[in-house]
Design a protein around this ligand. Sequence first.
Ligand code: AMP
Length: 281
Amino acid sequence: MKTFDTIHNTKEFLAEAKKSGRKIGFVPTMGALHEGHLTLMRRAKKENDLLVVSVFVNPIQFNNPEDLKKYPRDLEKDKKLLESVGCDILFAPTAEEMYPEEEVTEHFDFGKLETVMEGAFRPGHFNGVAVVVKRLFNIITPDKAYFGEKDFQQLAIIKRLVEMEKMPLEIIPCSIVREPDGLAMSSRNERLKPKERAVASLVYQILQEAVQLKDKKSPVEIARWVADRFNNNPSFTLEYFQVADETFLQPLEQWKRNTGALGFVAVFLGDVRLIDNIRFY
Ligand code: AMP
């Protein structure tokens, strides 16, 4: 595996690879890699000639400075995991390399997609994600880029970004990878205290129970039921639960025949914020 920390060297190397017609599969990450990330990478490796992974904790997508400070980082461990999935190129730049300007002023308009859920509760988050992903795509020039449905709204934002910027690549959505007890894998899980980890599987259990109610209750009733389940458990502080359509991610009041529907949750366990989602239809 080759490791680069400058844009120049990465571009130079990949330009050669492209010239010889090799297809590039790209998985952007913020490191602290786990099986969820590795699953995306194995797929990208299989479907392309070169696997490129970026590890960059993107400061401008954190609306909470404490969250940025506490975000787990272990590049040496990540490198070993990357070798184990046959990663060809690791791009691990510094913040100065990615953001040489004093202030990032680029602004995207994602319309209604960014006014709900993560967009509503984390102001500026998706703009930060879009800025970094656009830069990464321009550096790596992937043929295919892989994103997890764990961050379903992010995936919708990236698809829209590629459309708006007319970028010549394919976005490949990948299913959520879970721990044996159902907890969606996340770098943030590392920060759960043992007591918190012990109850964390309830997040997915509650989502699954909610799906069982879909024939009896409306989306609004289900949202109320889920909120009660979390609010009655002192370990959790619910930020939101919402049933939304799969394309525009707008809240649904009634089930609709012509669109898929998912339930989305963001919940705090102590000071760790977890997100998850589940399909209803
Ligand atoms: P992150 O390092 O959290 O920015 O994640 C990098 C990529 O891995 C994103 O596309 C995430 O959606 C994806 N990812 C993270 N956790 C999971 C998971 N448990 N299952 C599937 N994809 C995931």
